[in-house]
Design a protein around this ligand. Structure first.
Ligand code: ADP
Ligand code: MG
Length: 223
């Protein structure tokens, strides 16, 4: 199982009240699978994805990605593990504003220092139609172009797993289709995709759909 979440709990503690964002969620995604997690705003989708991605430790339960618990690793090892195995596509892209397209796509190689990364970056940039944008900064790009940069960055280190947070939320139909097709082909080539969304078009690309409500799994359809 490439992504395994077992009985995950996540509680945000605040001054006034605690919020149980994820409540006893178990979910697995195998190699070759594309799973969509849907549910209304505030149901815990982003929190679940951050926990799966090694970015936010759960308060209970166990996470393994490619059979490794990222939270069992030290900070540096975990950063390296994430850079090598996990491609994370953030909802608001999280591109570095002062870096150009090439350097944004290359960012995960700063952790791995893989000498072959530059060649892969060039080929991803070409594949995503960004060849005439390599020296542009994110602020000079359209929303669709920014999303393609974010996707190219996620794919740079040939991860086993892609975690995508509403990757089509800011895109028009054509750009959405392109992003979804890229995720679908990543899964078809043996990767695992966990996508959170409330976009019905995005759900149509997934092989399986899981519905979250108030931090809990309400429905698990299609396998
Ligand atoms: P979704 O992505 O489905 O909109 P989130 O995972 O962002 O849901 O949020 C789930 C719940 O946790 C919401 O009630 C939200 O207000 C709360 N929440 C999210 N992030 C934080 C945080 N950093 N601190 C406190 N509460 C948070
Ligand atoms: Mg969210």
């Amino acid at each position: 199982m490439l992504i395994s979440l077992q009985n995950i709990n996540k509680i945000y503690t605040g001054d006034a009240e605690n919020v149980t964002a994820v409540d006893d969620v178990s979910l697995s995604v195998d190699a070759g699978e594309f799973v969509a997690v849907v549910g209304p705003s505030g149901c815990g989708k982003t929190t679940l994805l951050l926990v799966a991605g090694g970015l936010l430790g759960p308060d209970g339960g166990e996470v393994t990605i490619d059979d490794v618990d990222p939270y069992s690793l030290g900070t540096e090892q975990r950063a390296r593990f994430r850079a090598e195995r996990i491609g994370f596509v953030f909802q608001q892209f999280h591109l570095v504003p002062y870096l150009n397209v090439l350097d944004n796509v290359m960012a995960p190689a700063m952790v791995t220092r893989d000498p072959a990364a530059r060649e892969r970056a060039d080929s991803l940039i070409t594949r995503f139609g960004l060849g005439n944008r390599v020296s542009h900064r994110p602020g000079q790009l359209s929303t669709g172009e920014r999303q393609r940069v974010a996707l190219a960055r996620a794919l740079l280190n040939e991860p086993r797993v892609i975690l995508a947070d509403e990757p089509t939320g800011n895109l028009d139909g054509e750009n959405s289709q392109e992003v979804l097709q890229t995720l679908q082909s990543f899964a078809q080539q043996g990767g695992a995709v966990l996508l959170v969304t409330h976009d019905p078009d995005a759900v149509a690309f997934a092989g399986r759909q899981v519905t979250l409500a108030n931090g809990r799994i309400a429905e698990n359809q299609g396998g």
